[in-house]
Design a protein around this ligand. Structure first.
Ligand SMILES: [Zn+2]
Length: 532
């Protein structure tokens, strides 16, 4: 029943034309492309009783073209109080979630400008995690959290709400009733009693950050801390689960060590790493990873890939924190290419397994994802229309990267490749073309058809095997949608593989292994096999 519903929804969303709102959110048009974000100073007062936000975002940007209009975004339920350029109120036009701001003069290429965008209102809750929610914890205290990757950050604050352009740094000032604690991104600077029953909490983000990562976590939090070398690790949980959190959050250290081993230093060392209890499963908010996985291993107490390995670790700590490298540091420039976040981070889970328990368990863990793959739509979605790719971006994306490792067929080279890939693109927003170019250049191989088949086509490549028992031969070829698709694969008797280079045309080899015992190494290469 659940599957049928999911299929029906997938079919509807595949056919649906983008709405005006999706085009305004998804396109990187003239009034976004004409400027480059530098800095946000977001100052928000949160009133839990009225579920009301009020504040301003100071937005600093550099013009890339002469122009007199820019596009910002704010959810239509929130009120634009005023937009100031110095002392001058600016005119603006609202259309769906977009706010087009007009300047009385032409802004000049290469010059830097700053505006103060004042807003207020009651944000709406929507989507899987609510976007922004005003909840109570079990002891009746306020518990307010944001998680708005799907809806966009403009559901609760005004910004240039897209993925391509990130500010270089940010200040976040959150004012809340005195009894509560706010945990946000970046480094905690200090708190100030405002004398009116409210306290302001100041956070400084010293790296580029994508809008959806900017996060509030307001509650009756208890704090404890640790460190990994010079890196501060800060943990926040509600009092009733504090002891459980101290035990479970200890996994953060090994996780960071594993990812540092493969990819290099934790991306946000100056800002530190935080893990924060939240009332939903979890989210990768930069340096402020949120956690709601029941303080138990696996994913929501399930064996997530079903092969007995997931129960050894906390899926949310390992997965959401992996996004610090892929998602937060390396970011997709359009949500269409979100596999750069999810495919890579799902693959990172297997690197954690490999670091902890070895290669065989990593391969087993990854292959446990196969039943979740649907192969109904390509992993890369339409660009410029705010479209979310299908779930295959996670599991098929990770299985594809494991396939790529087998295609490279040299682990020392593979470790260098993924390390250098991360290092090359850290703190940047990129598209799949950048990934493909990098791997082609570094391997000297033409991997474009392989990337295309897995990411831009629906079906898996099929390895066709035709047996001739009398002659003791097997013929083999690739059947794939992508012209020129070819990659090596291991064939033969399980454990006694030989590498062959199938192409679109038939080739054959001598073998004494019969049809029933002859196979392809499908744990290492995620392909279909058609034996006849
Ligand atoms: Zn993820």
């Amino acid at each position: 029943m659940r599957l049928i519903l999911a299929l029906a929804l997938a079919a509807i969303s595949a056919l649906a034309q983008p709405t005006k709102a999706d085009l305004l959110r998804g396109a990187y048009g003239r009034y976004r492309a004409n400027n480059d974000l530098l800095f946000y100073h977001l100052d928000v007062r949160v009133d839990p009783e009225r579920k009301f936000l009020s504040g301003k975002n100071t937005i600093r940007f550099k013009m890339l073209q002469d122009d007199s209009r820019i596009q910002l975004d704010l959810h239509s339920t929130l009120h634009v109080d005023k937009v100031l350029y110095g002392e001058t109120p600016l005119k603006y036009e609202r259309e769906e979630g977009a706010v087009f701001v007009d300047f009385p003069e032409t802004l000049r290429t290469g010059h830097t400008y700053s505006i103060d965008f004042y807003y207020s209102g009651n944000p709406v809750e929507s989507g899987r995690f609510g976007g922004i929610t005003f909840k109570k914890d079990t002891s009746g205290q306020d518990w307010i959290n944001t998680a708005c990757e799907g809806q966009g950050a403009s559901i609760w604050w005004p910004n240039k709400d897209q993925w391509r352009d990130e500010v270089e740094s940010m200040e976040l000032i959150i004012s809340i009733p005195n009894s509560l604690v706010d945990v946000s991104n970046g480094k905690f600077v200090g708190k100030t009693d405002l004398g009116d029953g409210y306290t302001r909490w100041d956070w400084r983000i010293q790296y580029p950050i994508n809008n959806y990562d900017v996060s509030l976590n307001i509650g009756n939090y208890e704090h404890f801390s640790d460190h990994l070398g010079d890196l501060p690790l800060d943990f926040y949980a509600l009092p009733e689960v504090l002891e459980k959190a101290k035990k479970q959050f200890a996994q953060a250290k090994g996780m960071i060590e594993a990812y540092q081993h493969y990819l290099g230093e934790y991306p946000f060392a100056k800002d530190g790493y935080k893990l924060i209890e939240a009332p939903y499963s979890g989210m990768e908010h930069q340096t402020a990873v949120t956690y709601g996985n029941h303080f138990a291993n696996g994913y929501l107490e399930r064996d997530w890939t079903g092969v007995g390995i997931s129960p050894r670790f906390d899926f949310i700590i390992i997965h959401e924190s992996g996004h610090e490298w892929f998602g937060n540091s390396v970011t997709a420039a359009d949500r269409s290419d979100m596999w750069i976040h999810e495919g890579w981070t799902t693959y990172l889970e297997s690197l954690y397994v490999e670091y902890m328990w070895g290669h065989d368990d990593a391969v087993k863990y990854l292959n446990g994802y196969k039943p979740k793959v649907r192969n109904q739509q390509p992993i890369i979605a339409e660009r410029g229309v705010n479209k979310t790719p299908p779930q295959d971006q996670y599991f098929k994306g990770a299985l594809f990267l494991n396939t790529l490792r087998s295609v490279v067929n040299d682990d020392a080279k593979w470790w260098t490749l993924i390390h250098d890939f991360y290092q090359r693109f850290k703190y940047q927003t990129i598209m799949t073309e950048d990934v493909v170019d990098f791997f082609n250049r570094q391997t000297g191989m033409n991997l474009t058809p392989v990337f295309n088949q897995y990411l831009r086509r629906t079906a898996l490549p099929t390895l066709e095997l035709a047996f001739d028992d009398a002659k003791e031969t097997v013929s083999y070829r690739w059947k794939a949608d992508e012209p020129g698709f070819a990659m090596p694969v291991r064939l033969g008797r399980k454990g006694d593989w030989q590498i062959v280079q199938p192409a679109a045309e038939w080739k054959s080899l001598k073998t004494s292994v019969g049809k029933n015992d002859f196979d392809a190494a499908t744990d290492s290469y995620y392909v279909s096999v058609d034996k006849h």
